[in-house]
Design a protein. Structure first.
Length: 355
């Protein structure tokens, strides 16, 4: 079964794309800080990440390619023309990357940067254009060996030559737009579509007057290493205080069996109402009752030096408790997966309740 997901990083307004078939997946334009999110989605969908593809060497965010390879063994794929080191496979125009029974073809589309690649799905129903072509716009051409005339030629020969119904997915969008098509951009792209000539386009691009991206001095050197941090150290590493799992919803979760092994080492916070604390489900021995409505005001009752596990009946209210505690500056927080319902179902001890 073919799987497609469009993911978004709000800090850099970057779109990351997951495509999968037969249990094998690829990611296009991953973001370093979103690696745990992407890993959680892959796990929840039962997919093996076989490759990360970047459309170019980004100047506004650091790719997650290196970190994904560290965690899953995925292959890093990048254009040979990008000039980066550390990739497992350097591709040129016409090369393909397979996943399951499907594949993506690399089309060289230089102009925004020298190494820009548009990735086209095997049936030409989708194309991932990076910054070469945005929705009703395009990437700038004033750094990283950019060239307005090259970009004009790339878009017209390699992207606008695709079938009119081919869906175009950009590397970024700053207005909340998610997808366009070849037919739309041919007709309505104000820079490259309609009757715009190469002279029209180059004149437009030479007078943009944009400041350099804020993260360019950090992002470009890191992306020329395929996202490998200096000294090989990965910030934001996964917690080591317990076997926890990051969910696609953005929370760390701990299973009942793992929590049972952590008694005395963690703080268990029950965020149900007082009447529920001793109802038929009972409560975890040693748990501190801090109802969700009181949690923010009473968070000072918790130590910031020990991990916190939030608990409720099913795991829903405690998920929100984790959000509140994280906002309050607690760095080691996890939600009890399945709440008291799963805790009791798996035979763990309680105080109160019905035996």
């Amino acid at each position: 079964m073919f799987v497609f997901r469009q993911l978004f990083d709000p800090t850099s307004s970057t779109y990351t794309y997951l495509l999968a078939d037969g249990g094998q997946a690829v990611l296009i334009d991953s973001v370093f800080e979103q690696t745990s999110r992407d890993t959680a989605l892959l796990r929840e969908l039962g997919l093996q990440l076989v490759a990360t593809l970047d459309t170019h060497v980004h100047a506004d965010h650091v790719t997650g390619a290196w970190l994904h390879r560290q965690r899953s063994g995925s292959c890093i794929v990048l254009s040979r023309a990008a000039g980066a080191v550390g990739a497992d496979r350097l591709v040129t125009h016409g090369d393909t990357v397979s996943f399951g029974s499907r594949h993506l073809q690399a089309r060289a589309t230089p102009g925004h940067t020298q190494g820009c690649t548009t990735w086209v799905l095997d049936d030409a129903s989708m194309a991932f254009t990076g910054d070469a072509l945005l929705i009703r716009g395009c990437g700038r051409t004033d750094f990283q060996q950019g060239s307005a005339s090259d970009l004009y030629a790339s878009v017209h020969t390699q992207i606008f030559s695709l079938p009119a119904q081919c869906l175009l997915y950009p590397g970024h969008d700053y207005r909340g737009l998610t997808v366009s098509s070849v037919a739309e951009e041919r007709s309505y792209n104000p820079r490259l579509g309609g009757s715009a000539s190469v002279d029209d386009f180059t004149g437009y691009m030479h007078h943009l007057g944009l400041p350099h991206p804020k993260l360019i001095d950090r992002a470009v050197p890191a992306n020329l290493r395929c996202g490998e941090p200096q000294h090989g150290l990965a910030p934001g590493a996964e917690p080591t205080w317990a076997p926890v799992t990051f969910t696609f919803g953005g929370l760390w979760e701990i299973a009942p069996d793992s929590l049972a092994e952590q008694f005395g080492l963690v703080q268990v916070v029950d965020v149900r109402e007082p009447a529920e604390f001793n109802d038929s489900l009972g409560h975890i021995p040693g748990a501190l009752l801090l109802p969700l409505a009181e949690l923010e005001a009473r968070s000072a009752e918790l130590s910031r030096d020990r991990p916190v596990v939030a608990v409720c009946r099913s795991g829903a209210r405690s998920a929100q408790a984790c959000v509140l505690l994280t906002r309050a500056g607690f760095l080691q927080v996890a939600n009890l997966a399945g709440g008291m319902l799963r805790w009791r179902a798996q035979g763990h001890g309680v105080e109160g309740g019905i035996a």
